[in-house]
Design a protein around this ligand. Structure first.
Ligand code: FCB
Length: 469
């Protein structure tokens, strides 16, 4: 497999294409009980014996709550246009209802102002999984009241920051919260019940739609959207049962979210499959869910191979795997983006997360993470290829700015382009960060020097860019 280096092969992405790095509150902030923050469901889940691979928690994480200025300098040094981060709901409203916490709100005010001072666009996510635990005690996302608490939270945050943040994402990856959090139970809040999980999907989508309506009525200027985790699904064989199962799994991961958001309906085949586990839907819900968005974020890591027999052994394909055991499959990103554009009336698309965990070695102050650089470069090339096929892309963000708390995997999996020493909290740019910085410098230089007429040309210099993949 020939490595692709877009630094050499990509001519220029269009002006206005947004390059970024992403994080989320629970994974980096630490300061779990500081300055009036309430517990989130992840604080609670981390205490469940066996829930987290290394028995760790988010109490300290990257200590970003204290080191945020240093981290913003680091982000600025990378030369990105945008920083995607999330707000910890229990930091700003500890119980999820009732009193707001001024210290928590101040933290995000400082963060946003600090980004703007450094010329970086703030991309804010409201819900990256860390629901206030107090709301979980009242049923959490399975309870319809939480929908209204979320709308209040969205309005409160947009009143504080909506004049300064470029974009507001309602939810990050509803599939993960619903399915891993409420069906398999391997993520917080650790519930194992399919009917509950499906009701959660509906409440997450409904709260998204109602929040968008409320923010628009409030006159918010930020662009509004949602972020989904999507993968192309490939059958393990040409057997009819594998193909059938693939169609269903595609329904459960992709169409279950895309159809209501863009067409105002849940897919019939999935509803039939769910039977009594299908969610309760009230009059007007579907109309609210399908309110138009300004952008759609897609988090892409790999494809899925589906077999009717159940488990698929990823090693069978012979593709290289990341440290998460996920196949490295950049062409799946092109396939996915092209399909989104073909099947749905989508607004501008962002890749809001993409990156890889690898077994990094910190040696003499350096991390030579060639695999991660190759992963990112090839996925950027895959975005370029989608654009050449006519997809309107707005931006690309690397997951993640720095190593952090990788949910049930704890600190064992490292996704950062910046290395974090959890003993000292020292940050070190890995080779992939140096590569990304150079790549962005090259893009900016091209922006400055390209004449307007050249902008209409293809993003890649030649079609050969993807042939080595
Ligand atoms: C995504 C999450 C993100 C991170 C990456 C690896 O599902 O949104 O927080 O954990 O996976």
């Amino acid at each position: 497999m020939k490595p692709v280096d877009p630094l050499k092969t990509l001519k220029k992405f269009p002006d206005g294409f947004v390059w970024g790095v992403a994080t989320s509150a629970f994974q980096i902030e630490g300061a779990a009980t500081a300055d009036g923050k309430g517990p989130s469901i992840w604080d609670t889940f981390c205490r469940v014996p066996g829930a987290i691979a290394d028995a760790s928690n988010g109490d300290m994480a990257c200590d970003h709550y204290r080191l945020w200025e240093r981290d913003l300098d680091l982000i600025a040094d990378l030369g990105v246009d945008a920083y995607r981060f999330s707000v910890s709901w229990p930091r700003v409203r500890p119980e999820g209802t009732g009193a707001w916490n001024e210290s928590g709100l101040d933290f995000y005010e400082q963060l946003v102002d600090g980004l703007l001072e450094r010329g970086i666009k703030p991309y804010l996510t409201l819900n990256h999984w860390d629901l206030p635990d107090a709301l979980q005690q009242h049923g959490g996302w399975a309870h319809r009241d939480t929908v209204h608490r979320f709308v209040e939270y969205a309005r409160g945050m947009s009143k504080r920051l909506g004049d300064r943040v470029t974009s507001i994402t309602t939810h990050n990856e509803p599939w993960v919260m619903a399915t891993l959090g409420h069906e398999s139970g391997i993520f917080a809040p650790g519930i194992k019940d399919r009917a509950t999980a499906m009701q959660v999907t509906h409440h997450l989508l409904l709260s998204h739609g109602l929040a968008l309506q409320a923010l628009r009525a409030d006159g918010v200027r930020s662009k509004l959207g949602i972020v989904l985790n999507l993968s192309p699904m490939h059958p393990a064989s040409a057997a009819p049962e594998d193909i059938e199962k693939t169609k269903l799994e595609d329904g459960r991961l992709l169409r279950w979210y895309m159809d209501p958001l863009f067409n105002g309906t849940y897919p019939d085949d999935v509803l039939a499959y769910l039977g009594e586990d299908a969610p309760l839907i009230s009059a007007g819900d579907m109309k609210a869910i399908s309110v138009p968005m300004d952008f759609l974020g897609i988090n892409y890591y790999s494809r899925a191979v589906i077999s009717a027999a159940g488990h698929w052994d990823v090693k069978k394909s012979g593709l290289a795997l990341t440290d998460m055991g996920w196949e490295i499959y950049p062409e799946g990103l092109t396939e996915l983006l092209v399909r989104m554009d073909r099947d749905y009336n989508v607004p501008p698309l962002y890749v809001t997360e993409n990156g890889g965990a690898f077994k990094d070695r910190f040696e003499d102050g350096r991390v030579h993470d060639a695999q991660r650089t190759d992963y990112i470069a090839r996925h950027i090339a895959a975005v370029a290829e989608a654009m050449n096929q006519g997809v309107q892309m707005a931006g690309y963000m690397v997951w993640s700015l720095m190593d952090n708390f990788e949910w049930a995997s704890g600190y064992e999996k490292r996704f950062g382009i910046v290395h974090v020493d959890y003993e000292t909290q020292a940050r070190t740019l890995k080779d992939s960060a140096l590569w990304y910085r150079d790549f962005l410098r090259q893009q900016k230089a091209a922006r400055a020097h390209t004449s307007a007429s050249a902008l209409s040309g293809p993003v890649t210099e030649s079609a050969t860019v993807l042939t080595g993949v």
